[in-house]
Design a protein around this ligand. Structure first.
Ligand code: SPD
Length: 387
């Protein structure tokens, strides 16, 4: 597992080399419009030194679906008396549209790497008070200071994962090793209506580009036109574009194959707490043409109403035992190096089997990056969705 995390860091550095770096986060005002920001010098050196008189009764967490163990939120409420209210979103772009409008009421959001960069450029994130994040030391230093936020001015690593194909081995006894299983319409006709693609303007064109032998980040108009044509041909055969409950639909057998995140696939295989039972026939693969590696991050919004409490919650999530419990529940990879030894053997074995970077798949993984040309993906996706 440790080896896998070091590989992740290497991947991030490669992405930095590939995209030439990014602007640092805008400094902005230290606490923006926050109403419960800590006064100067008033910090929590440990969880035990939190100034409880400054805590809000509620904290608004805008997160991806099935992306935090509810038991952890209950524990936070028991310890601090703060109810964490979770709303969910299905894509970075949906989240950005919501918070860009301002006064969303949310305190913490969970952008992926390239979306942290967008938030920094658009000055949407609150500069972190690291003196409140006493558990920061548990984070793997190799995963800090990445291209999208070089000083971790606004972002705290939350979870990492891969994007590839999840499938039911009973429906595909020969296995799946290529995006052809999703894009070759002659093959797909055999399981028409039982497959889904992510509802995601970067991941889904990215998968088509990979099938074409291109980079996920390719914006050459001819390549994008080809990718768009593939997606339009595939669309009538899909059950849906779905980023919300692929786990449940794979587990139930409604889908036999799906474009999926690694943790979604692990949830489909193992089940998810009291939510649903797993199906051990589900497995996950990074196709031979390649897939995505990504890191999601906690960002406190510039206009967070409860910024003090948000820092306390993030520090709580950084406790190794909490980070391990959360990673175990959601099936993604924790960036908390002191949580790694606390993970179960079952989850470590699945990481080694390809639900995390391994020697077998590492060379086929690529980071999504953003630059001035990647708005082309928004245009492509609008055409595909509207077709
Ligand atoms: N169910 C939670 C999934 C979180 C996925 N976020 C990563 C997106 C990478 N493009």
């Amino acid at each position: 597992m440790k080896k896998a995390i070091h590989w992740l860091a290497l991947g991030l550095l490669l992405a930095l080399a590939a995209c030439g770096g990014a602007p640092a986060a805008s400094p902005g005002n230290e606490y923006g419009g926050a109403t419960d920001a800590p006064a100067g010098g008033e910090t929590a050196a440990t969880d035990g030194e939190v100034d409880r008189s400054r805590l809000s009764g509620e904290l608004y967490f805008y997160n991806w679906s099935d992306y935090v163990d509810p038991a952890i939120l209950e524990q936070f409420q028991e310890e601090y008396g703060v109810e964490v209210i979770v709303d969910t979103y299905d894509s970075n772009e949906d989240m950005l549209a919501k918070v860009r409008a301002g006064n969303s009421g949310y305190d913490i959001v969970v952008p992926s790497d390239y979306a942290v960069q967008t938030m920094a450029i658009e000055d949407l994130g609150l500069p972190l008070d690291k003196s409140m994040l006493t558990n920061w030391t548990h984070l793997d230093p190799e995963l800090l200071g990445q291209y999208f936020d070089e000083e971790n001015a606004i972002s705290v690593p939350y979870l990492l994962g891969l994007t590839g194909i999840a499938y039911n081995t009973e429906a595909f006894p020969e296995g799946v090793d290529s995006w052809a299983a999703m894009f070759d319409t002659a093959q797909v006709a055999n399981y028409q209506g039982k497959l889904s693609m992510l509802e995601d303007e970067r991941e889904t064109p990215g998968a088509a580009l990979k099938y074409l032998g291109k980079s996920l980040n390719e914006t050459d108009p001819a390549a994008l036109e080809e990718a768009q044509a593939l997606l339009i041909a595939q669309k009538p055969l899909l059950a849906a574009y779905n980023s919300a409950d692929v786990n449940r639909k794979l587990a139930s057998g409604e889908y036999v194959i799906a474009h999926a995140w690694s943790g979604t696939a692990m949830q489909a295989r193992n089940g998810l707490g009291d939510e649903f039972s797993g199906n051990p026939a589900i497995t996950f693969v990074i196709p031979k043409e390649g897939g995505t590696i990504w890191m999601d991050n906690l960002v406190i919004l510039k206009d967070s109403p409860n910024a003090y409490t948000a820092h306390v919650f993030i520090n709580f999530l950084l406790r190794p035992e909490i980070a391990a419990q959360n990673a175990e529940y959601v099936g993604y990879i924790t960036p908390n190096q002191d949580a790694v030894p606390l993970l179960s053997q079952e989850v470590r074995d699945l990481y080694d089997a390809g639900y995390a970077p391994t020697d077998e798949n590492i060379d086929r993984l690529e980071w999504i990056v953003r630059d001035e040309s990647t708005s082309a993906f928004t245009d492509l996706w609008t055409v595909v969705k509207g077709d």
